[in-house]
Design a protein around this ligand. Structure first.
Ligand code: SF4
Length: 465
């Protein structure tokens, strides 16, 4: 796919930096954007009825897990007490109902996602009830992506059959790595046979989309060991593969202290694992979508990359349906919403989430209202991460700015990256090279106006490679 990056290049660019699932990034969001502010945003963007042409994406966070995987950076609640899930659903229904009452509910839902945690921690009856509740409140568009994250260790065949019956069409399986030594070190024992059986069952039932999530940079991984995992993955043939970089941030996720640092691959090995995996996947026919995603050429993400409809939000790369990005409504503890120009995040602790809902409020903990300058920079960063190119004329037309003079500060860094082969700078625009796509976070960073404020003793973000 591309030549191996040199060690010197790796050392130069392997700094800490955001993954840019949002711009401005979450550490810049403010407490002053509270529940009242978010209520106003929701009401304003849904009035008068029929005036908001943006479709909807719905995300529900189901935080419960039976045990903790040591690498995990998600907001989870580890419990064996199943009645906790029933209590949570009560609050979730109340939150959804309150928000739906402020919305134009005829807006089509093009993306519907249950994430976690472990969504299949819910019983079949609870899953059916939640799905019914949501689809009675909101209108699923024909052809909507209806997706769920599934942990093969705890998901029963009957649950998968129910998901198919309800109308789910995309299943994301958490895989990480098939190597037993790695699995032991991350406290996630999930033999290849188990993942293969779930995959086979989903195929037999006719799910349209099957995703695998893999992680590189885990303890005991080597290029050779991960090659074997990738060979097994290719054999199982998922439609999409997310290949995430392990973010070792024990100061933010203290349970990661249980991972022996000495067993973590050096950054050069980690990068070689990434490049080898990329090469194997592209040789097997997968297209590199960007940053951490691969898809078969026939998959919607690949088609979106080619047609210019690729988008990026809190759920990673997504397909934009129609001309406009959807408004994302996140429900549940810690869930994030992104409505044109505003971000909001719910309380991260279950007790705080419950307290807000009990008090008759929505559960917004913090948020952000983008300025015109933020929107411009957000568009630049999206252009780098999605199509991988910027046309100066396009930005002149959309934002009325002279790109080169407006971002004059960024150009010395970009010129340096051009000399390193990461970007091509032309009179009319910028193109991210195949090598540069491995460093797209670094290429986006010079356009982030807030990054200088966020550097401290302990980095706020994980390493870019
Ligand atoms: S990786 Fe998945 S199953 Fe493991 S703790 Fe995180 S959310 Fe739970």
């Amino acid at each position: 796919m591309q030549s191996l990056a040199s060690k010197a290049l790796l050392q130069k660019y392997n700094t800490s930096g955001p993954r840019y699932t949002s711009y401005p990034t979450a550490p810049m969001w403010q407490d002053s954007y509270n529940a009242a502010a978010h209520e106003k945003t929701i009401r304003d963007t849904n009035q008068p009825l029929g005036s908001n042409p943006h479709p909807l994406s719905l995300y529900v966070h189901l935080p419960f897990c039976e045990s903790r995987c040591l690498f995990c950076g998600c907001n989870v609640v580890i419990t064996q007490q199943r009645d906790q899930a029933e209590k949570y659903l009560g609050y979730l229904f109340k939150e959804m109902e309150t928000i739906a009452n402020w919305m134009d509910r005829s807006r089509p839902v093009v993306q519907f996602h249950w994430g976690g945690g472990t969504p299949t921690y819910l019983s079949e009856e609870q899953m059916a009830r939640l799905f019914k509740f949501q689809t009675e409140l909101f209108q699923l568009a024909p052809g909507a992506e209806v997706a769920i994250e599934v942990d093969p260790r705890v998901t029963t065949p009957a649950q998968i059959e129910l998901l198919k019956e309800l109308g789910f069409n995309r299943i994301s399986l958490g895989v990480q790595d098939f190597n037993p030594q790695v699995q032991e070190a991350i406290h996630r024992i999930q033999p290849l046979d188990m993942t293969a059986a779930t995959t086979e069952h989903c195929r037999q039932l006719g799910f349209e989309g099957l995703n695998f999530d893999l992680i590189y940079g885990l303890p005991h991984q080597s290029v050779e060991s991960f090659e074997k995992t990738v060979r097994d993955v290719i054999q199982l043939s998922p439609d999409r593969i997310a290949l995430y970089s392990y973010a070792h941030v024990p100061w933010l996720s203290p349970h990661q202290n249980q991972i022996p640092e000495a067993a973590l691959p050096e950054s050069e090995t980690k990068f070689n694992i990434l490049q080898t995996a990329q090469q194997m996947l592209t040789e097997a026919g997968y297209l590199y979508i960007g940053m951490d995603h691969f898809a078969k050429p026939t998959d919607e993400l690949s088609l979106a990359l080619q047609s210019g409809n690729l988008h990026r939000n809190f759920m990673g790369y997504t397909v934009q349906h129609g001309n406009l990005p959807s408004d994302l409504y996140g429900f549940g503890v810690s869930a994030i919403s992104g409505l044109q120009g505003q971000f909001a995040q719910n309380w991260r602790k279950l007790s705080q989430y419950y307290e807000a809902i009990e008090a008759g409020r929505i559960a917004t903990m913090r948020g952000y209202e983008l300025s015109a300058e933020d929107r411009l920079r957000q568009a630049v960063i999206l252009a780098i991460l999605c199509p991988g190119k910027i046309s100066y004329t396009d930005f002149q037309q959309r934002f009325d700015v002279d790109f080169k003079s407006h971002f004059a500060d960024a150009f010395p860094k970009l010129e340096d990256m051009a000399a390193d082969g990461l970007v091509e700078l032309a009179e009319t625009g910028l193109i991210v090279t195949p090598l540069g796509r491995l460093f797209s976070r670094n290429i986006a960073m010079p356009f982030d106006a807030y990054l200088p404020q966020l550097s401290g003793d302990k980095p706020t973000f994980s390493k870019t490679v």
